[in-house]
Write a protein of this length. Structure first.
Ligand SMILES: Nc1ncnc2c1ncn2[C@@H]1O[C@H](COP(=O)(O)OP(=O)(O)OP(=O)(O)O)[C@@H](O)[C@H]1O
Ligand SMILES: Nc1ncnc2c1ncn2[C@@H]1O[C@H](COP(=O)(O)OP(=O)(O)OP(=O)(O)O)[C@@H](O)[C@H]1O
Ligand SMILES: [Mg+2]
Ligand SMILES: [Mg+2]
Lengths: 258, 239, 358, 258, 358
């Protein structure tokens, strides 16, 4: 099919892209290139990068495992009060991340209702652990997956699921063999959004999980700290973060969206 | 410090003074701002609170502030080196460390040494930020090595941990302990006044300010009677 | 091998369907009716896609009302093919067997068999986006048949099929349905489908059954206008009178009563379009029933030309759609064009008046 | 159509929802109710709330005006290098907001290339102005609109646009009368996401725009400052933020998504 | 009022279309062909939806190759209705006039007029999701007509329409097309549509034109198997020989040569299914052409029954699809069922051998 993008859209589209691209390009200009390699390969920087990738991946998986079902329920069930239930899911988006971290701390901290119970009964302390990082990231990243996936599910409609049912497919079979493949683009872009958001998460992590090299100090925390003392290092690592994100996004999206 | 309250400028036309100040100065400055306005009718003081580093960067990038008051000499130096401060900034207050613990000090902590006891969860600021550098200096002076559960970005983070019971002790400033109104107890320790452990609060007039005279009178006001009183009230040591 | 007993009411927006039908085990029923009569809605209700307001559906005594769609063993071929876009044609057909427990190898073999049946083996590895309309329809038919349902529902299965394929698929369906004895309901607009495949016809109109009976009976002696149209007969509703039939606005159509009908009873007059004579001017003194019409359409019909009547200004509504078959020579003589006013006439001896259906 | 949500999805869905809902509920518990009204109606609090709503709305409009066209271009054109162009749009998601704010400052500050030009030629200073807040929020919120809208456009497909063209509709007419209405759900949810993200934006704003009461101190900044001195006030205002967000979301989504 | 000159090649995946056709101003051409022959692809290429690999499309000398779709003034009714889901039926129909500059009031009036033409006035305020399949198809037809294109492309316009509506819409199209003199291409699987509406037929097979000519000529004397099927005739391809025609594997079919055909030239043998006699066993000593077939399907055909041949084990491929019309009494006598082996026979006097088309 040949359709045309109206010509007058190109100008605002280009401006929008430039608004995002130029500051990022500015970052590239700002980098202290002669020392770049040295700046980004310090042990602390590498530890932060590794932790960020690991926790980002874990977050994405958790978002899929839990947020995926939630999106299906939101898009397909007819629970009473659905608009309210849905809007609660969006709250981590509006909550300033620091406040989000605080609420997690109130709940899972050593004196909070859940954290206190875990501490007393099992001796498990959540804050200051890598698990806390994943929890904080999942809290802020979940809405991304849920919203994009729910949108995709709604746009795709239920027609194919109805057909599958008339062919004898149980709801579970229908889910795996029809729903998931049909909304795959939405699932992919939702996952990418969630991963990206986890990769950039700062406020909730530092408030809830703390900042300890190798355990809880993810790349954004590292960059922020670095920026206090060594702006060059911070800029260099920001660029690394940007490159990692671009790689992840390009790889995951070129395969499945086109 | 001086005692000129700037009350001689009553006839001045309506003017706005923009003060970029470290977040830890929020309550003191807000209180002083009201008093300054009362003393200088027709003047409005606007505050831009934030991290010292951001504030310095903003000034360097030409943000239209009149006064820059950071929470460390190093960040002030950023602005000075960029030629953004008129003359020499002055240090008008200092702040020193205390060990923040839960009210009534349930773990019985009395010294830096106690923070290394097993079962005591401690937190400090990261060495890269001023309060962390101070903590490091104090540690060195005391000859102890802490193994903190977390190296926080700022004092507030440390305080938060102690306040919510997630940490048993944390190194923060006296002013921070005061600001909690008793939510945490401060334990003083001798190494707090060691070389490099004391935080200083410099202030200066931003180069290119449209209100350089008003800015200067704000500095004088902060260093004056009312300013000193308020700062001391908050736990600062004034100079 | 399942007897179907349905008595349901379904509401979709402003449309209400209320149907009660019994289909014997292994019987094939053609569901007829004009656009919007509720045929698709009826099949959807049977498959469980719409929740009935009241009533019940039983298959061989098994009440389906609360059985979820996928456990009903009711196969539905819907009006648009709706092939799964992410699966190849083969996987689309294998979907049903796989879902009901067949192993992958077996399901693929089943799929290949059905693809061969609909003459689509060459298309097995194509995605739906790479198929033409008729090719997709064939795959959809194979898919519906491959899960071997107890009750098969087909919504216009032959739309989009070409002249080569239609008879082949028709005979495939006949073979499958007869061999397995699957109870089948089939929506169609083509009388040939009904004649070839169906034991019985059910005619819907505005959500209700207006006629139902053995195919041959209904086509020979329709009682609803729609069934008459399908059967290629002219039908005029009214009430029986001694001379034949009196329409609602009073025209009397002369006719015979092959079976006794009480005077004033609701009745229908039936006659063949071939027995209708057409005039430009009403012939004087003729004993025949004459009605003025406006010519709505002309189409070839075998060797003859079928003239289709419309309502002339101020004329009675029931003439709408009446057909008259005349020879091409007669058309040339008359020199008619659509829009012209004509007179249709029919001899009483060729009109049969029957009691109207329930 | 009657389709069923597989039963085994309910458990993870409920857990996902609770992960978000419970911390937020914790916030409610934490509020100092007797003083609540007093805390949230101080002039500074009200000024911050008003500023947040205004800038959030402005951001949403800008995202629609510029990000909307960008999404159309990404979904409908066949530019070379599309995956790269698209991944750049996502960068503000991964960039820690503070780094984002810094890059904006480098660019639009009075000594930056763009900011310097504006200052010299027109005497316009961007930092410390409400415009800077909107700029920072637009920078971080744009990807949300672009990603959801692009997904919706792709799922909706080009069939209807092709039909419109055969009916004689120019690309512009097709855009307004076909594309926009068809993807309205995606447009709505994208706008809500962008608005919500703008409402919660903190790091980029405080770094780039500063925190001046009435001019640049939005609600999250206010909450942050407040938390220095008065955690109760911060918690109370967080709750206000949450309620505002829920209202906006429920109102905008119940109307158009169902 | 536009003469259409097309000569294009289009590739869609593994399918290649290469068509060259000229349609005179105001002519109506029926495009026929089996499923997947490339009919929809052809129309899509004319409308500008597929980019041709080479070639050119000219409408009244105006070269359309680089004209964007919306400026071509080519109306396309595609195979699925694709009504805009967010607009009411009326607004769907008004879309075209609005887009080409009519004011709102005028466009609505135009829409209402077209809705009345397709007998859908009552549906004007419905959304597409509230329409039945046939109702949606009618609105789509109204929508395509309402923008008064110079070239009208109709892809199976009558699929899904009921028996009442089909003749009405057919005559509507005839009226519109004749009155406005719109050059029209129409894809159909129904010979009646072609006979009623088309001046000319174009038959596609595997992306190429295999036959084209005036409707009556093609139906009387088809040269492709598909056109013969459409026309209801039996066609056997081969090469001319003195006795009639010799098929590729050597069977000789006796026949007459109404026009001279050189010996050994490619030719087709044409005969009516009614002239085919059917036997269980080959009668001894008959002078007729006899071929063994396997009975593939049986269908009523008017008063007669049409038997459709399949290829028996080891038999020649060309018998596939041959039809024989016999009386129901004969069927009863023969006692045949699909799958049985039979013999088809035809007298030489009833077989005409013509040179094969280009
Ligand atoms: N949501 C709705 N609101 C109002 N009316 C509706 C709705 N959905 C369907 N209808 C109407 O219900 C009637 C029955 O539709 P259905 O699809 O069953 O018809 P059908 O007999 O299958 O017709 P066709 O031969 O055209 O396919 C139609 O008149 C249609 O307009
Ligand atoms: N992307 C593709 N890749 C390969 N083959 C394709 C693709 N798209 C279409 N085709 C093939 O192109 C051929 C022509 O398709 P088209 O839709 O034009 O057929 P048609 O004549 O309209 O058939 P029908 O009568 O079934 O509608 C079909 O054989 C189809 O399988
Ligand atoms: Mg239907
Ligand atoms: Mg087609």
């Amino acid at each position: 099919m040949r359709t045309t993008v109206p010509r007058f859209l190109w100008v605002p589209a280009a401006l929008a892209w430039l608004l995002v691209a130029i500051p990022v390009a500015g970052l590239v200009v700002r980098v202290d290139w002669p020392n770049f390699l040295g700046l980004v390969t310090t042990p602390s920087a590498l530890a932060a990068l590794r932790l960020s990738l690991e926790t980002g991946l874990a977050t994405m998986v958790l978002c899929l495992l839990f947020g995926g079902p939630l999106a299906v329920v939101l898009a397909r069930s007819s629970l009473p009060g659905l608009p309210f239930i849905r809007s609660v899911v969006l709250l981590p988006l509006v909550l300033p991340p620091v406040v989000g971290g605080l609420t997690l701390l109130f709940l899972f901290g050593r004196t909070g209702p859940v954290g206190g119970f875990l501490d007393r009964e099992f001796g498990i302390t959540i804050p200051f652990s890598t698990g806390a990082v994943v929890l904080a990231q999942t809290f802020v990243a979940m809405p991304f997956l849920v919203v994009s996936l729910e949108g995709a599910l709604r746009t795709a409609g239920e027609r194919y699921e109805a057909v599958a049912a008339t062919l004898g497919a149980s709801p579970a079979t229908t889910l795996w063999r029809v729903t998931v493949p049909v909304v795959l683009p939405g699932l992919m872009s939702g996952s990418v959004l969630a991963f990206a958001r986890a990769l950039g998460e700062f406020g909730a992590t530092i408030t809830f999980a703390g900042s300890l090299e190798g355990t809880t100090r993810t790349l954004p925390l590292f960059i922020y700290l670095e920026s206090e003392s060594d702006l060059d290092g911070a800029v260099a690592m920001s660029l690394v973060l940007v490159v990692v994100a671009i790689l992840v996004i390009v790889v995951s999206r070129t395969r499945d969206l086109r | 410090g001086g005692s000129d309250s700037g009350s001689g400028q009553q006839a001045a036309p309506a003017r706005t003074l923009t003060v970029s100040a470290a977040a830890s100065l929020t309550s003191v400055y807000q209180q002083l701002g009201t008093e300054f306005q009362n003393a200088n009718p027709g003047t409005t003081v606007k505050f831009n609170f934030g991290g010292s580093d951001s504030l310095a960067q903003q000034v360097v990038q030409g943000a239209p502030a009149d006064v820059l008051a950071t929470a460390s000499s190093k960040t002030m130096q950023t602005a000075v080196q960029a030629g953004k401060i008129q003359g020499e900034p002055v240090v008008y207050a200092t702040n020193s460390l205390q060990i923040a613990v839960a009210p009534n000090n349930p773990k019985g902590i009395t010294s830096l040494q106690d923070l290394t006891k097993p079962g005591v969860v401690s937190v400090v600021c990261a060495p890269a930020v001023p309060c962390g550098a101070a903590a490091e200096a104090a540690e060195k002076a005391a000859g102890v090595t802490l193994t903190p559960a977390s190296e926080e970005q700022d004092v507030k983070g440390v305080l938060n941990r102690v306040q919510t019971g997630n940490a048993d002790a944390g190194l923060v400033y006296v002013t921070d302990v005061k600001s909690t109104n008793g939510a945490v107890t401060g334990v003083s320790f001798p190494q707090a006044s060691a070389q490099g452990a004391v935080q200083s609060y410099p202030i200066g007039v931003v180069n290119g300010s449209q209100n350089a005279d008003l800015a200067q009178s704000w500095i004088n006001f902060v260093r004056g009677q009312q300013g000193t009183a308020a700062l001391q009230q908050a736990g600062f040591v004034t100079k | 091998m399942s007897r179907l007993e349905v008595d349901v009411a379904v509401t979709r927006g402003s449309f209400a369907l209320d149907v009660s039908v019994t289909v014997e085990s292994g019987e094939v029923v053609a569901v007829l009716g004009s656009n919007g009569a509720g045929k698709s809605t009826f099949l959807g209700a049977l498959a469980g896609l719409y929740r009935p307001d009241r009533g019940s559906i039983a298959l061989d005594g098994r009440v389906l009302d609360d059985v979820p769609v996928h456990k009903r063993r009711v196969g539905l071929l819907s009006q648009s093919a709706l092939l799964f876009p992410h699966l190849t044609a083969r996987d689309n057909v294998a979907f049903g067997p796989r879902s009901t427990g067949s192993r992958r190898r077996v399901a693929r073999a089943t799929a290949d068999r059905w693809l061969a049946e609909v003459d689509a083996t060459a298309l097995a590895d194509r995605r739906p986006s790479e198929l033409s309309g008729g090719q997709a329809q064939r795959i959809a038919i194979a898919r519906a048949l491959a899960c071997e349902p107890e009750l098969l529902l087909l919504d216009e299965p032959f739309a989009a099929l070409d002249v080569d394929v239609t008879p082949a698929i028709r005979s495939l369906l006949r073979r499958v349905v007869r061999a397995a004895g699957v109870t089948t309901l089939m929506v169609t607009h083509d009388v040939l489908d009904a004649v070839v495949l169906a034991d019985r016809l059910v005619v819907l109109d505005a959500g209700r059954v207006v006629e139902s009976g053995a195919t041959a009976d209904v086509l020979r002696r329709p009682r609803s206008a729609f069934a008459a149209r399908i059967a290629g007969l002219d039908l005029v509703p009214g009430r029986s009178c001694p001379e034949g039939l009196r329409t609602a606005e009073g025209t009397v159509i002369g006719g015979v009563h092959p079976e006794p009908v009480a005077d004033g009873e609701p009745a229908v007059a039936l006659f063949s379009p071939a027995s209708v004579a057409v005039y430009r001017e009403p012939p004087k003194g003729s004993p025949r029933t004459m009605v003025p019409v406006r010519l709505a359409a002309m189409e070839p019909h075998g060797e003859l030309v079928r003239l289709r009547a419309g309502v002339p200004d101020g004329g009675p509504g029931w003439v709408d759609g009446l057909a008259a078959d005349v020879t091409p020579a007669a058309v040339a003589d008359l020199g008619v064009d659509p829009g012209d006013e004509l007179w249709f006439s029919v001899k009483a001896a060729e009109v049969e008046v029957y009691p109207a259906g329930r």
